[in-house]
Design a protein around this ligand. Structure first.
Ligand code: ATR
Length: 285
């Protein structure tokens, strides 16, 4: 579909942005469904965030994604924020609803879908979360609706503590913050059924890094790594090598994108096309 005077625009903003796979993924989906939409990527610095969002509104963008480091900061420039995104404290998807820019968070649902479609049932399970950034917030908030217990371990303890205090305002299950040290990691993993890495450890170009020593991977554990470049991180490779179920970050990337796509277009997202496109783009890098 060629770009015309009627083409509807959407985008992703972040800093840095040039490694984002969202433009490839969304444009392939638009083309597949013959939709007159285009998805662009813009590197936006913090001091230009307000003007960028006003500009998108003036140009009647149908919406946009927000990525690192603006997921929390962007909230103050939006007209409305959905209740879940507000509780999480981060927005990764904005929708133009009749001229009103409303913020949502599709990261948590993306992760939930990745885990359940990966064959893991969350109900009553004990979960270990590595990291306490924006992605961890969305995942802890969403998984806490189903899980039995969550332990959040982070290099910077205060950040884990703050995350847990915020989330405990709205959920009732035990959620515990710990500093990321070997003894606490070992104890938490030993009693858990799901381990989630939300940190950037293992991401390209540091692909040989992992937070979890292989000897802590026991047979009752499922491992989910939200890093998608490479799709098979060292953590997942080691989990698979001892026969564990391993869920990669491609799934979450695609499902959070699919939810945004459906909000912008009111059409069902072509999941398989989106997944194939992401894998193809990663190979080209
Ligand atoms: P996102 O929004 O994607 O979650 P973020 O807010 O930058 O990104 O959070 C990154 C997470 O990865 C944080 O939990 C960070 O730990 P700190 O809070 O201590 O900074 C974690 N992280 C990044 N590099 C790490 C490393 N080398 N070892 C352990 N944790 C790391």
């Amino acid at each position: 579909m060629p770009i015309t005077s009627k083409t509807v625009a959407c985008a992703v903003i972040g800093d840095p942005i040039h490694h984002s796979l969202s433009p490839d993924m969304h444009n392939a989906a638009f083309q597949h469904l013959d939709l007159d939409y285009v998805y662009l990527a813009f590197r936006v610095q913090k001091e230009n965030l307000s003007e960028t969002i006003s500009g998108f509104k003036a140009l009647n963008f149908c919406g946009f994604n927000v990525t690192i480091p603006h997921k929390e900061e962007c909230i103050k420039y939006l007209d409305e924020v959905d209740e879940t995104a507000l509780k999480i404290g981060a927005v990764n998807c904005v929708v133009n609803e009749d001229g009103i820019f409303k913020g949502y968070n599709t990261d948590g649902m993306g992760a939930l879908r990745a885990v359940t479609e990966g064959g893991f049932e969350l109900d009553g399970k004990r979960i270990v979360i590595l990291g306490a950034g924006g992605a961890a917030r969305a995942i802890v908030f969403t998984f806490a609706k189903f899980a039995g217990k969550i332990t959040v371990l982070n290099r910077t303890f205060q950040r884990a503590k703050r995350l847990v205090e915020d989330i405990l305002k709205t959920v009732k299950i035990p959620i515990i913050a710990k500093k990321l040290i070997y003894e606490d990691l070992k104890a938490a993993i030993l009693e858990a059924e799901l381990l989630v890495n939300t940190t950037s450890v293992g991401m390209y170009p540091h692909t040989e890094e992992t937070i979890v020593p292989q000897e802590l991977l026991h047979e009752k554990l499922t491992v989910f790594d939200i890093v998608y470049n490479p799709p098979e991180t060292r953590l997942l490779r080691e989990a698979k090598s001892v026969g564990l179920r391993a869920i990669d970050g491609i799934e979450m990337l695609v499902y959070q994108g699919a939810e945004a796509f459906e909000k912008w277009t009111d059409k069902k997202a072509p999941i398989e096309i989106m997944k194939k496109t992401v894998l193809k783009s990663l190979k080209k890098e």
